[in-house]
Design a protein around this ligand. Structure first.
Ligand code: SF4
Ligand code: SF4
Length: 375
């Protein structure tokens, strides 16, 4: 890591789910509310604003130009955006992301530029389109200040990418208290890998797509008993704000009220006490006090699966549904996390079940996943 990161406040603004004037149109951004959210964010000490080429079909970047770039001096904030090269048809299309983002945002440079959502087969697309050399040149040309990547994969993939690319300045990872020791996400192990490479982390999904701000009652009551005034989201943010080697924690906000709550948490933040940590542990235990599939992500089942079914990922998503009681949310994740091997590809040969040390009824669980997420 060679870059310097002065001036980045610990709580960032993730502009992935901005408020809409029409709930059925992701491009219909409520720009007046976004302006109010930006004002609240900057006024309360925020600096890091995160968007992406694809958020709101490109309209997140456009909205930030109007709400932030056109209304504040350039030194008042740092901008991050991302290129989803693996979803592009060609190298030319992938390499057109940066100039398009610069134009949409109305800036001469991007402070933090990310190769977006590496992991699985997606990682190879960034090599195929020569994106690493492309961003290195853009950085040398002054169009990018810091180069990084985002990833939802596990520690082996993170280790592989960071070893192949020691030039990376930062990495963006999915970290929250529910994923901390999750056998598939392995957030704690990912944090260790990043630290071992001397690469600071931007935390995404600190409230797990909003699920940790809207817990099932069995988890909510544990946190309420510990502090009746604290919002559920504040517990999730505080967990992440306390972690070492963190550059910033991305707080998503879809309303001014959520932004106000986020910034109040940021401003009032004090380190978690032992009692606070016990409350979070208690909430996790309550959330998991359901009949979870005992998958450890050992991977034995996938070695000889003739159809390449994403078995441990599917078991993890079924567990996430049990934990959060939010099928629609999990269905959205399933659509891309298992795209390379959906449960419906299973031909019920039984090879995986013979290999599973936990004796999991994999075939039945896959059938359940098809019913829940593919219909
Ligand atoms: S039963 Fe299905 S998931 Fe298991 S190995 Fe056979 S095809 Fe793959
Ligand atoms: S073999 Fe069993 S425990 Fe191991 S990853 Fe597969 S389903 Fe999970």
């Amino acid at each position: 890591m060679t870059a310097s990161f002065e001036g980045v406040a610990k709580l960032g603004f993730g502009a992935m789910r901005l408020p809409l004037t029409d709930p059925d149109d992701v491009t219909a951004i409520d720009i007046e509310q976004v302006k109010a959210m930006v004002d609240e964010f900057i006024a309360k000490g925020g600096t890091y604003v995160d968007t992406a080429f694809v958020y709101h079909n490109g309209h997140s970047e456009v909205a930030l130009r109007e709400a932030l770039v056109d209304r504040y001096p350039r030194e008042a904030y740092t901008l991050a955006t991302k290129c989803l090269a693996w979803a592009c048809e060609s190298k030319e299309e992938a390499q057109a992301c940066l100039p398009t983002s610069l134009e949409r945002l109305g800036v001469d440079y991007i402070d933090y530029y990310l190769l977006h959502n590496l992991g699985g087969k997606r990682t190879a697309k960034f090599d195929e389109y020569d994106m690493w050399n492309y961003v290195a040149k853009a950085k040398a040309d002054g169009l990018i200040r810091h180069v990084g990547f985002s990833m939802h994969d596990g520690p082996e993939e993170l280790e592989r990418i960071l070893t192949a690319h020691p030039e990376v300045d930062f990495v963006q990872l999915q970290v929250n208290y529910l994923d901390w020791d999750d056998p598939v996400t392995q957030a704690a192990r990912n944090m260790e890998v990043a630290a071992a490479h001397g690469v600071p982390v931007i935390i995404m999904e600190p409230v797990r797509g909003g699920r940790l701000a809207n817990l099932p009652e069995r988890g909510a009551e544990v946190l309420r008993a510990a502090d009746a005034q604290a919002s559920q989201a504040s517990w999730a943010y505080r967990f992440c704000l306390d972690l070492p080697n963190v550059l910033t924690v991305l707080a998503g906000a879809s309303t001014l009220e959520q932004m106000q709550d986020n910034m109040a948490t940021f401003q009032a933040h004090t380190a978690l006490t032992d009692a606070d940590r016990a409350a979070i542990d208690g909430a996790i235990a309550a959330l998991r006090a359901v009949d979870l599939i005992p998958c450890t992500n050992c991977g034995y089942c996938v070695k000889d699966c003739p159809e390449g079914v994403k078995i441990p990922e599917t078991m993890s998503l079924l567990n996430l549904e049990k934990t959060t009681e939010d099928r629609d949310f999990v269905k959205g994740l399933y659509s891309w996390q298992t795209a390379e091997g959906p449960a419906s590809k299973c031909i019920q040969c039984g090879t995986c079940e013979a290999m599973c040390p936990q004796s999991i009824g994999i075939i039945d669980n896959l059938a359940e996943a098809v019913e829940h997420y593919e219909n």
